[in-house]
Design a protein around this ligand. Sequence first.
Ligand code: 2BA
Length: 109
Amino acid sequence: MKLIVSIVHSDDADTLIRALQEQGHRCTKISTTGGFLREGNATVLIGAEEAQVDAILETIRDNCHARRQLVSPLPPVAEAGELYIPRPVEVQIGGATVFVVNVERSAKF
Ligand code: 2BA
């Protein structure tokens, strides 16, 4: 068995979950926060048999879209009297960051 950990944009999460459910997969959505942007995103956990993994990755690819976003970098430590004018930089986010990990054992009680 595999656990697919998929970090996606919050706006894509519900569409992705609907598509996964329609295909008979089970999943869990967790509200998470990106370490770099410190903004909300969503992490979708999917437990699945190995034979289903490729189809699930395709569904994630089809439902999660890359976006470009302007972010303001944190200001450097400035000397007294120095003026720092922050310049926003553009980063590309997603579509999805996915990790597929082996599940040693799973149980339901
Ligand atoms: P964030 O950490 O908020 O990162 C958002 C986007 O900012 C990233 O998009 C990337 O384009 C950019 N970025 C991140 N760290 C950067 C850095 N040190 N310098 C310059 N740009 C940087 P994605 O790569 O698509 O990542 C989207 C979200 O997926 C991340 O949100 C984070 O929550 C998660 N993620 C990405 N890689 C990860 C990893 N190796 N481990 C755990 N979570 C990861």
